[in-house]
Write a protein of this length. Structure first.
Length: 491
């Protein structure tokens, strides 16, 4: 963020720049000039689309003017809605220094599931004399989401059919993946003839737009299909949002694997249990161990279930983009079974709602890709947490304070810290242990920065001591066991 007292420090902004007083030391009436110079203004803050959709980049823009010259514009999410920047509470979104050809300062943003349902975004500007806007430009956004198909299943029905034809039942399981009320009014089904994972008029074959639901609330469509030998087809589908404000109401396209449309394995359900918290999936954080239990079945013997992290949320494996997480192998003669795959939640998985995808394979050897099931997406909410690392604490003389530095990061911005001398190394701060919550940011931002803290040591004698640091973010405090520690000597 742009430099300002009580504002996040934008570390590279001042390189090569001087303040007005430094640039014009010969000006004898600087105070008079500052009184005559007006503060910058911001206006017409707006979204370039009709609505903001979770996990979809969009652009916000604002007009900024000043009689001396606009130095930059800073955008932030006003989480406590008090119309001022509050470090440690509000969320920085980014800075822009150059307007576009329309004179607007534009910034690309991506809302995630942690954003409030009524997101108040404000724009602040600073001029060449370090004056900031008095009245901030404001816009209110309503982060929504599009409905997402979490499983697309296609299989023949056991009906007496016309020779050479087969009746296929297509089922789209639609989920409100990010819990934002993303309701679907229907699902469109089509053959993805060019196999590129999207709808292409003139190339693909549209089958139907269905509002029909089965007893489980899944969208279904029944289609009589002429079999042309051992032909392989890809069935694709996308759900349409009932939100009329969306310029593009369609969710991402979900496809089956290239298959012969014969019987394929299927996944019935996936359950996630956080082994670090005795089960459940409501408080999963980075570092936790999660066990996924997958119920699968097949008309031929089940062979295995595989799991991968779906980086681009499209429900299919993309080499070089997605990450393989593990597999489970069944023994012989299993038509219906339960697989368990354990995953450690890593920092690269990021935060908020993320997609873990599973697929089952049977033991047939002649059907190639069609031996695989349709993929099944399990969305879990990885809770945000502040992260402390790279602590540097020097040895000190007995009785003198110890000043130490460390890196801290959080996807939404660090709210604060608590550091203490952990005398018994139990990870808890007790009354006899000196602590501090005063931290100074040396560089970077609330999202990723270098910090400094000091602890008084006047009541402790010589010896080896442990510093424990606990970080806070917008979700609260990290759990005990997430503490960052280091040791030093008082000599």
């Amino acid at each position: 963020m742009l430099s300002r007292s009580a504002r996040p420090v934008f570390s590279h902004l001042n390189l090569g720049l001087q303040s007005a007083s430094q640039a014009t030391p010969q000006f004898d009436h600087l105070e008079q000039r500052s009184l005559l110079s007006a503060a910058p203004t911001t206006s017409d803050l707006r979204l370039d689309t009709d609505a903001i959709v979770v996990q979809v980049p969009t652009t916000i823009s604002v007009l900024a003017t000043d009689d001396v010259g606009v130095r930059g514009v800073s955008f932030f999410l006003d989480r406590n809605d008090n119309a001022i920047w509050d470090p440690g509470t509000d969320q920085p979104l980014g800075d822009k220094f150059v307007p576009d050809q329309d004179g607007r300062y534009r910034l690309s943003i991506t809302a995630d599931a942690s954003w409030p349902l009524w997101a108040r975004i404000r724009a602040d500007a600073v001029d060449a004399e370090d004056q900031w806007t008095g009245a901030l430009a404001t816009t209110t956004l309503y982060p929504t989401d599009v409905p997402r198909i979490i499983q697309l299943d296609v299989r023949p029905l056991p009906l007496v059919d016309i020779p050479g034809y087969v009746t296929m039942k297509m089922t789209a399981v639609v989920g409100d993946a990010t819990q934002r009320g993303a309701l679907a009014e229907g699902v469109t089904f089509f053959f993805d003839n060019n196999r590129n994972g999207r709808w292409d008029p003139g190339a693909d074959e549209h089958l139907a737009y269905s509002r029909e639901m089965d007893n489980f609330g899944n969208f279904v469509f029944t289609y009589r299909y002429q079999l042309l030998g051992f032909e392989t087809r890809i069935v694709a589908a996308a759900a349409k949002s009932s939100n009329q404000l969306l310029a593009n109401p369609w969710g991402p396209v979900r496809t089956t694997l290239p298959g012969s449309l014969y019987d394929v394995p299927r996944i019935r359900s996936v359950i996630a249990d956080n082994l670090s918290l005795d089960g459940g999936e409501s408080q999963i954080q980075i570092g936790d161990t999660v066990r996924f239990t997958i119920e699968a079945e097949a008309d031929q013997d089940l062979a295995a279930v595989t799991a991968f992290y779906d980086s681009n949320f499209n429900g299919r494996w993309d080499a070089g983009i997605d990450r393989h997480l593990g597999e489970y192998f069944f023994g012989p003669d299993v038509l219906a079974g339960r697989a368990r795959i354990t995953v450690n939640i890593q920092p690269w998985m990021n935060f908020d709602y993320r997609a873990f995808v599973f697929a089952a394979k049977d033991r047939s050897t002649e059907r190639g890709d069609s031996a695989w099931s349709a993929t099944f997406s399990k969305w879990i909410n990885i809770k945000s947490q502040a992260w402390v690392e790279n602590i540097v604490a020097p040895n000190v003389s007995t009785g003198l304070p110890v000043t130490f530095t460390f890196d801290a990061r959080d996807d939404h911005g660090v709210r604060g810290f608590r550091a203490w001398i952990d005398l018994n190394n139990d990870g808890y701060q007790t009354s006899e242990e000196i602590f501090s919550e005063q931290a100074t940011r040396l560089s970077g931002s609330l999202i990723r920065g270098r910090w400094q803290m000091t602890l008084d040591m006047n009541r402790y004698g010589p010896g080896q001591y442990t510093i424990a640091i606990e970080a806070f973010d917008f979700e609260g405090t990290v759990r005990v066991g997430r503490l960052a520690t280091t040791t030093f000597f008082a000599v």
